[in-house]
Design a protein around this ligand. Sequence first.
Ligand SMILES: Nc1ncnc2c1ncn2[C@@H]1O[C@H](COP(=O)(O)OP(=O)(O)OP(=O)(O)O)[C@@H](O)[C@H]1O
Length: 229
Amino acid sequence: MRLEIEDLRVRFGGVRPLDGVTLTFDSGLCGLIGPNGAGKTTLFNVLSGFVRPVSGRITAGGTDLLALAPHRRARWGLRRTFQQEQVVAELSAAGNLRLAADHLGGPDEGLLGFCGLEDPARPAGELTLLERRRLELARALVGTPRIVLLDEPAAGLSETESRALAEVVVAVPEKFGALVVLIEHDVALVGEVCATTAVLDFGRLIAAGPTAAVLADERVRAAYLGEAP
Ligand SMILES: Nc1ncnc2c1ncn2[C@@H]1O[C@H](COP(=O)(O)OP(=O)(O)OP(=O)(O)O)[C@@H](O)[C@H]1O
């Protein structure tokens, strides 16, 4: 599933969170990194339809994504998670999944198990942070996901927990045939799990390609890792 973004521009008053971004995500698990305020979440918001760009084109597997209303993008197979938790504490894990599946089809019997949640009956409010993140991921995989946007799913998790969650994330592209874009602050984790990575800085793309080369790029080190070029 190829996602092509062309000359994308977003303005919030005088702020330009995306300032002419052209970028292709090809397939598999792709990293999206950059300093705070670089425009990563805004890009997800444009892709999922929460923010309308002033100009640009987005084509996903040949479909003009911007021409589709947000709910039609979801039905088409666009999924995302948010930085703020979406799970309902009073509902069971399975109940949360059913809620997400209401308009999107499914849920698949094995989805919670695939995400590492063994007890579908447990209320979400009793789950650990890692388990809730597993549930958020499961919610983003209901129906037929074609593009899955994950906005810092490992935020607040320990290193061990992040790796445990990443184990599931890396298995998503093959299992579902979906493109996964992962926003992640832990650059080491991105280096471990993402074959390709794109870097935003001040609303512009400063590097993209094979992750190892991108992380070694001088502009990336200067902008993102705080090292002098
Ligand atoms: N609704 C909004 N109104 C005005 N400015 C906004 C709005 N949303 C985001 N911004 C600004 O747009 C820029 C990009 O923000 P965005 O959240 O996309 O960055 P980010 O790369 O996801 O950052 P972080 O890593 O901190 O989540 C920032 O300068 C932010 O303050």
